[in-house]
Each structure stands twice: as structure tokens, then as C-alpha cells.
Design a protein around this ligand. Structure first.
Ligand SMILES: C[S@@+](CC[C@H](N)C(=O)[O-])C[C@H]1O[C@@H](n2cnc3c(N)ncnc32)[C@H](O)[C@@H]1O
Length: 266
């Protein structure tokens, strides 16, 4: 695919990214950039929040392609120095923060600022940050969420990430469920797993999520996706309660919205 987006060569000189298995070969994957930028440009962008800003490949493109303000959070000091250099030309509409993004979301996120685009470009699993964002930011208007999610990598290998806890949320009960052994068993379910994660999260925080694309990267390790997030309409039935499923919050059964009888029972 021929991309319409490119970065100036003089930028982004700096330390190489390291993954769990050593240096990462592709820093700014073409699909990642191209799909994100297509979505980005569909909507007018006011405030962009880049929570895994790294050296700023994506942030630079977002700033270049029009937004009023961009907030970049990066915890690694070496990458942060490169980020500062690369984003210097946008002085006046950038905020650069050298901090852990979970701490930033907890302490610095302003729920009244009109954020229109949030990027979660993680190397691993960004679900803690996505959850924290929804917990701290009430959805009162439409916004885009873009995600790089290493869920495939973690399903494929022995991983110390507790995937049931990360993705199954309300259905995370303290029982042995067994992990799929190979990605072949998972295949297309990856999009369903992530969609369910977003749906349930949105249901919890009075929002709704619409997937715009879902793409497995060339190394078959992570997926790229974007969602349009909207407030839930007042009066819309919470479909999970409506069908009578158990409502579980953080591992504790709170209530059953309808008592479930066996088929044919009175
Ligand atoms: C895939 S790279 C981001 C690349 C970046 N979006 C770009 O386009 O250049 C992920 C980055 O997230 C940073 N990171 C990982 N965990 C973080 C955390 N908890 N808080 C802030 N930054 C974090 C890493 O240091 C790394 O630079």
C-alpha cells in the first residue's frame, strides 16, 4: 500500500526501541501510521492526547496535520529528550510530560478539557491505561481512540500478563479458565475480544464504542485499531441487564437483573 504520510528524515535520531525480545526493527509501521492518519483527518481535532508518545513519530504527524493542542506523555527519559527535539517546532501548542501515563491520568487529566483524539500506542497491553482514561474522563462528546495492542503477542507466548483480567473485565471471576495455547485457536477472535473489552468498558461509563478498523501488524504481534467513542443516549436500554445477565463488578456478583429460570419453568 502506498502511504500518503511521511516523516522528515532529519527527525527521530535517537536510541532504538527495545522490546521484550530485543531491539524492535520497525519503529513507525506503515499500516499503523496510515490507518491512524486516515481516521485522524476525518474529524476536526481540538485536543490530542498521546499517552505513549515515544520519540514522537505519531505526535509529529498529528501536530503537522492540524490540531489546536497536543499533549504528549512519555516516561522514558532518553526517548523524552528526542521527543522534545522533534516537537520543538510546534512550540505554543504542545505540552510534553516526562511521566508515567497512569500517574498522569490519575493526577493531571482535566475532565473538562475537550479532548477529541487519544492515542494508546503501547508496546504491550494498553488496557490499564484505556480503563483509567474512561474512569477519569466522562464521555460527553464524540472522540476517537486509537490503539496499538499487543494482545496477540501475549496470547501467543507464555505471558505474565493476566489476559482474563485485562480483557474480560466483568466476567473475570476467580475460576480456572485455561489459556488458549496457540494463536491459530484465536484467529479472528482477537477483534471480538477487543471489541467486547471496549463495549463493556463503555457500558460501565455510559458511552458507546464503534470500531473503525482492526488490523494485525506485519509481525503478527499486535493489532492496530481505532474506535469512535460517543456518549450513550439517554433512555437506551443497557442490553446486558435487559437480557438478564448477571451484573458483576470487579469480581463480585452484585445483582441479577432478572431471575433466571430454566427453559420451560414457570
Ligand atoms: C510504541 S512506543 C511509542 C511510539 C510513539 N507513539 C511514536 O510514534 O514514536 C511506546 C512508548 O511508550 C512508552 N511507555 C511505556 N509505558 C509507559 C507508561 N506507563 N507511561 C508513559 N510512557 C510509557 C515507552 O517508553 C515507549 O517510548
Amino acid at each position: 500500500m502506498k502511504t500518503r504520510w511521511s516523516l522528515p528524515k532529519k527527525l527521530f535520531q535517537g536510541p532504538a526501541y527495545e522490546g521484550l525480545g530485543g531491539p524492535l526493527s520497525v519503529e513507525a509501521d506503515r499500516d499503523k501510521v496510515d490507518l491512524r492518519l486516515q481516521v485522524y483527518r476525518m474529524f476536526p481535532q481540538k485536543v490530542v492526547l498521546d499517552l505513549f508518545a515515544g520519540k514522537g513519530y505519531l505526535a509529529w504527524l498529528y501536530a503537522k496535520h492540524g490540531c489546536e493542542k497536543i499533549v504528549c506523555v512519555e516516561k522514558n527519559k532518553k526517548y523524552f529528550e528526542v521527543l522534545k527535539r522533534n516537537m520543538a517546532e510546534f512550540d505554543g501548542r504542545i505540552v510534553l510530560v516526562n511521566m508515567d501515563n497512569l500517574e498522569w491520568l490519575e493526577e493531571k487529566l482535566n475532565p473538562d478539557e475537550q479532548i477529541t483524539y487519544v492515542d494508546f500506542d503501547a508496546f504491550g497491553v494498553p488496557t490499564p491505561q484505556i480503563k483509567k482514561f474512561f474512569m477519569r474522563y466522562p464521555i460527553r462528546h464524540g472522540l476517537i481512540v486509537s490503539i496499538t495492542d499487543g494482545l496477540i503477542y501475549n496470547f501467543r507466548r507464555m505471558s505474565n500478563v493476566d489476559l482474563r483480567k485485562h480483557y474480560l473485565q466483568d466476567f473475570y471471576l476467580d475460576v480456572e479458565a485455561g489459556k488458549p495455547k496457540s494463536i491459530q485457536n484465536l484467529g479472528e477472535y482477537c477483534i471480538q475480544i477487543q471489541k467486547q473489552f471496549m463495549d463493556i468498558l463503555c457500558m460501565r461509563y455510559n458511552a458507546q464504542a464503534f470500531p473503525l478498523y482492526f488490523k494485525v501488524n506485519s509481525r503478527h504481534a499486535a493489532v492496530y485499531s481505532s474506535y469512535l467513542i460517543l456518549p450513550k443516549l439517554v433512555g437506551v436500554t443497557d442490553f446486558k441487564r435487559y437480557v438478564g445477565l448477571r451484573v458483576v463488578k470487579h469480581g463480585t456478583v452484585l445483582s441479577t437483573s432478572r431471575s433466571f429460570k430454566g427453559f420451560g419453568e414457570a
